[in-house]
Design a protein around this ligand. Structure first.
Ligand code: GCB
Length: 612
């Protein structure tokens, strides 16, 4: 028997789901799409000849609406001067960074023009078409058939453009100029301890929708409850007051209502004994949302995440975050990770460590990570690249950071695994910076009040006592967690200093050590005082973990880091050779001695949790 059908006609709509950017086509993985991945022709353009004319004026300016130079023009006849040819240019894989695909582009920072061609076979004449980019680092100018669609800034978040009117049935030419120059007013700015991989680094998709379509939806537990599901749906198109249906077949819940004049509708569906998502039981529920001919299917978990004093509570129960940091790299293949297989490689190692938590440092990782974490039962800390040196007083820089944060939240708002939005890493204490970060915290809470907000802060040393560490960053007032990085035994003293530490922590909040660690070259063995040996790193772990246990409120840690990763800041020949070696796994995939130390610490923690 069908249990029941809920119709809430009098739901109070508080706010519309945040809609940001040019076109919102949220949750593309929940709909049918056509992949534009593959081999794209590329022109490497170090002088930006395709973008600027010889007076260094951009072709894109309004006065020259014909757009850029490298726009896949055809020669009118053989006397026409066209000094480039996509058809005979080399190709690169999309998705993929250019640095790891072509040795000549290893250190390259600048512009590369990409071109692919595609046909369109719409299933109805009034259907709409969009091109969706998972990410392009750092700046992307996008053109279809010679027309500029837009410019996107920010290397790690998705964006989409509508091409309904511009697309032809055959032989569409999609051209993207991707530029990965670093900028002092950018997010991140010029200085990072990771490789500045350029290119179309994530999936590119063609999305077909009905004339009015579901542009965004959010399904979650209604804040403050554990048995009421709150679903918001936003329609886009001319016919906004359409009926919207939602169903969660495994929970035998369904409802249908008409959207309001803005195309917005919010449902509430209650069910007794709703199984909640947790790392031990990562329960996901099928969700189907439809409106007219548009139909989306997703899998969504429900859980609560809160804090109480120094405790983190998952579904109301105290939880210890057994974590590890990850960069978005596949160390075995080299280059940016982007696929589900890449995510699996990394998260399988995370599971092997007996982690229940990952910190996806230092920028939004590809969408497969959070989706797979949902399935595998791994809680996630996501971050935006507000890192080290940011132009704190620049309003455009703040707008850029807010946009990246908003787009990240929009993309992953339906992922139960994501429990923390981190707004920054290791930023210098100061009034302008705290104001900047406070705006981001406010933004995160306004867009999504159901997750914890934090940042990786720094520790200060008592000027009168090098063994006394103080955590009193004024920004800590505004975060839900007191999280900080600390490198005693590597950048600060030798490992035996770790045993001497005493901590003063100003905040009555859960303490999460967001980084600690030491470099080790996999396979290099020596005594525990020889830098870069596995034994040195192992010793740092052996001393740090018990030391952390003594910090009042210690509620989790994410050591730095799962795997070695490429960094231009690490040139030591024969040892680093351009790699940051703090991975507990080497870039050959082999585990170092510290891996076992961390794993046994987490095994004990997990056992203690079960015993409770
Ligand atoms: C840090 C940074 C991280 C670096 C790491 C290191 O504090 O947050 O991005 O890679 O230290 O290895 O120095």
């Amino acid at each position: 028997m069908k249990r029941f059908l809920l119709f809430y006609s009098a739901v109070v709509i508080i706010t519309a789901i945040p809609v940001r950017g040019e076109v919102v086509v949220a949750d593309v993985f929940a709909r049918q799409t056509t992949s534009l991945n593959g081999k794209w022709h590329v022109i490497v353009d170090p002088y930006d000849t395709g973008y600027f004319d010889y007076r260094r004026q951009p072709y894109d300016e309004a006065a020259k609406p014909s757009g850029g130079f490298f726009l896949d023009r055809q020669a009118k006849d053989k006397t026409d001067l066209v000094e480039y040819n996509f058809d005979t240019s080399p190709t690169l894989n999309v998705p993929g960074d250019w640095n790891s695909q072509d040795e000549k582009l290893f250190y390259y920072e600048g512009s590369v023009w990409y071109r692919t061609k595609f046909d369109v076979n719409k299933s109805a004449p009034d259907h709409r078409l969009f091109v969706y980019f998972g990410a392009a680092n750092y700046e992307a100018d996008v053109y279809l058939n010679g027309n500029k669609l837009g410019k996107h800034i920010g290397g790690f978040t998705p964006f989409a453009y509508e091409i309904t009117k511009l697309a032809k049935e055959k032989n569409n030419s999609l051209v993207v100029r991707v530029n990965n120059n670093r900028h002092a007013d950018g997010v991140p700015a010029v200085n990072t301890d990771w490789w500045n991989y350029g290119g179309l680094t994530r999936d590119v998709l063609l999305v077909e929708t009905p004339a009015t379509f579901i542009s965004n939806f959010r399904v979650r537990l209604k804040p403050g409850t554990t048995n009421t599901i709150e679903a918001s749906v936003q329609l886009d198109g001319a016919d906004k007051e359409q009926a919207v249906k939602i169903s969660l077949p495994t929970l035998k819940l369904a409802a249908e209502m008409k959207a309001d004049t803005n195309g917005f509708i919010q449902f509430e569906l209650s069910t007794p004994n709703l199984a909640l998502w947790s790392p031990e039981q990562p329960v996901l529920n099928d969700v189907e949302i439809s409106s007219g001919d548009d139909q989306l299917k997703d899998r969504v978990g429900f859980r609560t995440i809160t804090t109480s004093g120094t405790d983190i509570l998952l579904n109301g129960h105290k939880v210890f975050l057994r974590g590890i940091c990850i960069h978005e790299e596949n160390p075995l293949r080299g280059g940016r990770a982007w696929s589900e297989d890449d995510a699996k490689l990394l998260l399988d190692w995370v599971k092997e460590l007996n982690c229940n938590f990952v910190r996806l440092a230092h920028y939004p990782h590809n969408e497969h990570m959070a989706r797979l974490a949902d399935e595998m039962g791994i809680m996630v800390w996501e971050e935006i690249p507000v890192y080290w040196t940011i132009d704190w007083t620049n309003a455009e820089t703040l707008a850029n950071a807010e946009k990246q944060l908003g787009d990240e939240i929009l993309r992953d708002q339906n992922r139960a695994s994501v429990i923390v939005w981190s707004v920054a890493n290791e930023t210098p204490v100061g009034e302008a910076r705290t104001k900047f970060l406070k705006s981001l915290v406010d933004e995160a809470r306004a867009l999504d009040g159901t997750r914890l907000v934090s940042a990786a802060m720094e520790v200060r040393t008592d000027p009168d006592n090098p063994n006394h560490k103080i955590v009193d960053d004024p920004f800590g007032e505004f975060t839900d967690l007191c999280s900080f990085n600390e490198y005693t035994g590597w950048y600060d003293g030798l490992p035996d200093k770790i045993d001497q530490l005493r901590w003063s922590i100003k905040y009555d909040k859960p303490v999460v050590i967001s980084e600690f660690g030491a470099d080790a070259k996999q396979g290099f063995h020596a005594d525990a005082l020889t830098r870069f040996s596995e034994e040195y790193q192992e010793d740092v772990y052996k001393r740090t973990l018990p030391m952390l246990e003594k910090i009042p409120g210690f509620s989790g840690c994410t050591p730095w880091i799962l795997c070695n990763f490429r960094s231009p800041r690490r040139p030591l020949p024969g040892i680093q050779d351009g790699w940051n070696l703090k991975g507990v796994i080497g870039h050959n995939g082999e585990k170092k001695k510290a891996f076992a130390v961390l794993k046994s610490f987490y095994d004990e923690k997990a056992k203690a949790e079960v015993a409770k």
